[in-house]
Design a protein around this ligand. Structure first.
Ligand code: GTP
Ligand code: MG
Length: 189
């Protein structure tokens, strides 16, 4: 089911959204799908789902099935089940909390050991992007902007296709990041 439906001119991509507790995964998805933001924190339990439908060029529709996986799930044993048949992933950290950046490599390893592309697509690692979220708080004097040279190198060394500095609050860079991930998946087929 996941992949390409030529008749309907439709793609359906399962995308994982992971990262430590409170880094903003649910907020990013809410902003992207419903264009809303709330500063109330209600931790996700297990996994939530959202669907984003995107007109892709004149002829195609991309349906992104977003799997919003609770940060606390890194310590559970369900991720293997959640990751099944995913074609891409987004790892999120919080620029105001450096310890959430340490979670990034752990999440990436978890993904790389538990999910792979379908055999027809070569069976390699699924494309993963890195989001440095809550950039609006840096403007307010909290945390630090990502160092582009360092993050480029980090991405190269850890197999991320690209990083973006995002804000779910300000709606910055989320669309761009998603487009980049979709483009990378489409290049695989
Ligand atoms: P878990 O479900 O517990 O894993 O957390 P999560 O990653 O889904 O985080 P969530 O989206 O619930 O956000 C946690 C808190 O951070 C909430 O209070 C959000 O309002 C806040 N938050 C998320 N993104 C941003 C952002 O870009 N800027 C600011 N200022 N706050 C944000
Ligand atoms: Mg959540």
């Amino acid at each position: 089911i996941l992949g390409k439906n030529t008749e309907a001119r439709e793609y359906l991509f399962k995308i994982l959204v992971v990262g430590d507790l409170g880094t903003g995964k649910t907020s990013i998805i809410r902003r992207y799908v419903h264009n809303i933001f709330s500063s109330n924190y209600k931790s996700t339990i297990g996994v939530d789902f959202a669907l984003k439908v995107i007109q892709w060029g004149p002829d195609w529709i991309v349906r992104l099935q977003l799997w919003d996986i609770a940060g606390q799930e890194r310590f559970g044993n369900m991720t293997r089940v959640y990751y099944k048949e995913a074609l891409g992933a987004i790892v999120v950290y919080d620029v105001t909390r450096p310890q959430t950046f340490e979670g990034v490599t752990k999440w990436k390893n978890d993904i790389d050991t538990k999910v792979a592309l379908p055999d027809a697509w070569g069976g390699g690692q699924i494309p993963v992007i890195l989001l440095a979220n809550k950039s609006d708080l840096v403007q307010e004097g909290h945390g630090q902007h990502a160092n582009p040279t360092e993050l480029d190198q980090f991405c190269q060394e850890n197999g991320f296709i690209k990083w973006f500095e995002t804000s779910a609050k300000d709606n910055s860079n989320i669309e761009e990041a998603a487009r980049h991930l979709i483009t990378s998946i489409l290049k695989l087929e």
